[in-house]
Design a protein around this ligand. Structure first.
Ligand SMILES: Nc1nc2c(ncn2[C@@H]2O[C@H](COP(=O)(O)OP(=O)(O)O)[C@@H](O)[C@H]2O)c(=O)[nH]1
Ligand SMILES: [Mg+2]
Length: 218
């Protein structure tokens, strides 16, 4: 039987993802894969989360971008360990890259690891990184049609963050349509409306994190 190159890449990724999953279980680390378009506020949400929760939890971040270590520097400035992966063109992180990065941040000593995936609403959702759960972020200025256009990504989310709600008065955005479209593809996961910039609604995110950190699963 002919095995396509895509299938081979995916099955190699599955092997590395299984190793990561075992690592997280063994060391009792809760790991979240954070997925969104570029600019939805992944790093902003992580910066605020680290500033507010770093006294309570040991947090580390694996950063994925095509180029630069700008986001890893932002995370370090917020007070957490960070390691930057520059994919040099790839539109998603692979489980193998994450496996190597876990060593670089001494992840076995952490409670919570965030993986900020490459900004993209398509490719990252096809690659299991061995994470405990997925956070998908949609921000208000991206438009209210995104959950309907990218259903697979929203379907795979353990929690959906609707960020930049401080901009709701200024841009056209049909909130009820977004909530209905998300509900169609993913009726079980909560949708948290917040602003990483102002902090409005952030407590529901921290409650979600605390509950899942306690049981270490989504
Ligand atoms: N108004 C507003 N701007 C935000 C919010 N969150 C992030 N931003 C801004 O959106 C831009 C992209 O944020 P960033 O965290 O870099 O997004 P990322 O590419 O998903 O990591 C930055 O200029 C942030 O300051 C928010 O809740 N409200
Ligand atoms: Mg970022």
């Amino acid at each position: 039987m002919k095995v396509s190159l895509n299938q081979k890449i995916l099955s190699r990724n599955e092997e590395a993802a299984a190793k990561n999953r075992q690592f997280f279980a063994e060391h009792k680390v809760f790991c979240l894969n954070v997925i969104s378009s570029p600019g939805a506020g992944k790093t902003a949400l992580l910066e605020r989360t680290i500033r507010d929760l770093k006294e309570r939890y040991a947090i580390g971040v694996i950063e994925g971008d095509i180029e630069t270590d700008k986001d890893a520097r932002r995370i370090q400035a917020a007070g957490a360990r960070a390691f930057q992966i520059e994919t040099k063109g790839a539109c998603h992180l692979s489980a193998e890259q994450v496996h190597n990065a876990l060593k670089m941040i001494d992840a076995q000593t952490l409670d919570l690891v965030f993986i900020e995936n490459v900004g993209n609403l398509v490719c990252p959702s096809a690659f299991d990184l061995g994470e405990s759960g997925r956070v998908v972020i949609l921000s208000v200025p991206e438009g209210d049609d995104k959950p309907a256009k990218y259903p697979g990504t929203f379907a795979g989310a353990s929690v959906i963050v609707l960020n930049k709600i401080d901009l709701l008065p200024y841009v056209p955005f049909d909130l009820s349509r977004v909530l209905a479209d998300i509900h169609t593809v993913n009726p079980q996961s909560p949708v948290l409306q917040l602003s990483a910039a102002t902090g409005e609604g952030i407590d529901a995110w921290y409650d979600w994190l605390r509950r899942h950190l306690e049981k270490k699963q989504p």
